[in-house]
Design a protein around this ligand. Sequence first.
Ligand code: CA
Length: 229
Amino acid sequence: MARLLLIEDDLTIRTPLIRALRERGHAVAAASTAMAGLRDALEDRPDLVVLDLGLPDLDGRELLRMLRAVSAVPVIVATARDDEAEIVRILDAGADDYLVKPFTAAQLDARARAVLRRGAAEAEDPTLVVGGLRIDPRSRQVSLDDAPVELTPREFDLLRHLASRPGQVVTKRELLTEVWQIPYGGADKTVDVHLSWLRRKLGESAQRPRYLHTVRGVGVRLEAPGTTA
Ligand code: CA
């Protein structure tokens, strides 16, 4: 069951659709103008928005852009046109999926469940993957090329912080603040020592780096081997 917001001005479409979706166990709210739909989407925080493009006060694509500027709610667009250019425009404007009118409640229900499943899968799996490195923040387990890597809590936090921004240089100052929780002072040496331990556990060295690259005078960058020449 999901909380759906249907933004559709046509009563002959809206009324039967609401009834059919409720019969399928969804909680359905409806709005008949773009501005009312935008307000409801922000105030009621539905799980999913179904958006008709032909609305009386504003083009549905315009509404989609406004909604996307302030919300990540999944949106399925209902369109009367099924030409490729139109579909591309809809998806580019930030829709998660689309349906071509006329469609049945069963089709909408199936699309809605697929979109919501995708969203749930993304939200539920916070595993960080960089090349052959997998870092699971929930179990605090790390594997490299499918082999487990045993890390101390500090080494884990350090690796997770670097892996959250792969390819970017992270300064030792930032690592002291974010990983060691030392907002001022602290010694670069602390970071260097832990980095060398982490390197050893990942089977590499500062001289022969694979994942952990020292950027002299700046900090360290984690990236998958072969990412940069
Ligand atoms: Ca319409």
